[in-house]
Ligand binder design. Structure first.
Ligand code: HGY
Ligand code: MN
Ligand code: MN
Length: 416
């Protein structure tokens, strides 16, 4: 089987232009993106992506979670496809590149194969997973999780956003309920290209991250029950203060994560006070603790300690405390053969590279449970992501897409 030569490259200008054309749909307020899952902007972005893929000769399949599968046929109809994808949904104050780079780089791989008239034995399927971010609907990596058998379709359809709108209803409203059974598709392999979302590659001066592992994650949703009371006339010794309990728990989460160094993180990104009135002590406080580590024992140890200490903190203040895991996956080790293929592609292309562990969660983390999977990363400026100022260079974007092209060709097998 012929191997891709070092001159085989994608078209970085076309990739860059597509990224920024898509960014015009669901723009943020500070130059980034706000294209949250199942919104009208998500629907518009999907339609543009579909148009581009069909113009590149691909045919579309959609499953019951709305995930888009765009197929470029291979020469062997019996060969399982090579899936290459990521996500087009964004955080409410997201960047232009998180997820989008991987989906559009996969499209660019197909566009480049078309330009070069290269055929592969295995079909190639460019994939846009629904609701990777988990911002509007928890958990994150939801559609890929249903596909990998981690969540039922009913569970996913029943998840509600902060306005009480159910996932299934919103998916139907935007017209993206597909007819394919989720998870029925079988994969030869899965590859995902993504910005690092951390500072390591830029600090080390490396163009390519060869992702060997992904850290595991728990999202622990705490519901603290205090007593609504006047913030002015209620004496301090008569308060049942759920807000104070939350503050002490957040401080404890920080301490637990610091005790677990190196290689652990913990924090809180979302808090909801009720009734959320300036002069009413909260009756209910709901917040999600996000803890992560590549080390399974550390990850589970942090969870156990946080839950035990949170119960004590709440009890000492007379505050009710309930906790529900609303997101979880264990640390991931990607497929060694594919990892070696990514590393070899970077070497063939002359790009500086290093092995790296993914700090963020990705759809590849679920795909890795059902098919050989791997990720490729590019640096991002100051390691910043989930921020509208998220930024990468066109050169970084193109280098990773070149590596993706070569890794996909080695996996899908060039014919002729
Ligand atoms: O939470 C994550 O790591 C991903 O950005 N959804
Ligand atoms: Mn992402
Ligand atoms: Mn993200």
């Amino acid at each position: 089987m012929p191997a891709p030569g070092e001159n085989l490259r994608i078209n970085p200008d076309r990739l860059w232009n597509s990224i920024h054309e898509l960014a015009e749909i669901g723009p943020g307020i500070a130059g980034g993106s706000n294209r949250q899952t199942l919104t009208d902007d998500d629907a518009k972005g999907r339609a543009l992506f579909q148009k581009w893929c069909e113009a590149a000769g691909m045919s579309m399949g959609v499953d019951q979670m709305g995930t888009m599968f765009m197929t470029r046929p291979g020469t062997d109809p019996d060969a399982l496809p090579v899936y290459v994808g990521s996500h087009l949904d964004t955080q409410p104050t997201g960047g232009r590149y998180d997820g989008v780079l991987g989906v559009l780089a996969a499209l660019e791989v197909v566009r480049s194969l078309n330009d070069l008239n290269i055929q592969t034995r295995h079909p190639i399927v460019v994939t846009n997973w629904t609701n990777e971010e988990g911002a509007r609907y928890a958990p994150a990596m939801m559609a890929s999780g249903v596909f990998a058998g981690q969540f039922s379709l009913d569970y996913a359809y029943g998840r509600k956003d902060s306005d009480g709108k159910a996932f299934g209803d919103e998916l139907k409203r935007i017209g993206w309920v597909g007819d394919e059974q989720v998870g029925a598709r079988k994969m030869h392999a899965y590859l995902e290209y993504h910005i690092e979302q951390g500072p390591i590659l830029e600090a080390e001066g490396k163009q390519i991250g060869v992702v060997t592992h992904g850290q595991g994650l728990w999202w622990l949703e705490f519901t603290l029950t205090g007593k609504e009371a006047h913030t002015g006339s209620t004496p301090m010794n008569m308060r049942v203060n759920a807000g104070l309990a939350m503050a002490r728990i957040m401080e404890m989460v920080q301490a637990v994560a610091m005790d677990a160094q190196p290689g652990a993180v913990g924090g809180v990104g979302q808090v909801k006070f009720s009734p959320n009135s300036r002069n009413v002590l909260p009756g209910t406080v709901v917040f999600t603790v996000d803890i992560r580590s590549p080390d399974q024992a550390k990850l589970d140890g942090m969870r156990a300690r946080i839950e035990a200490e949170a119960a004590k903190i709440a009890a000492a203040l007379g505050v009710g405390c309930a906790v529900e895991a609303v997101g979880h996956f264990d640390p991931v080790a990607f497929d060694p053969t594919l990892v070696a293929r990514v590393r070899k592609a970077a070497e063939t292309l002359g790009y500086s590279h290093m092995d790296i562990i993914s700090g963020a969660g990705h759809d590849a983390c679920w795909m890795n449970r059902i098919a050989p999977s791997v990720m490729i990363m590019c640096p991002c400026v100051d390691g910043l992501s989930h921020n509208e100022a998220e930024n990468i260079s066109k050169e970084w974007a193109g280098a990773g897409a070149d590596v993706l092209l070569h890794a996909v060709l080695e996996t899908a097998e060039i014919v002729g």
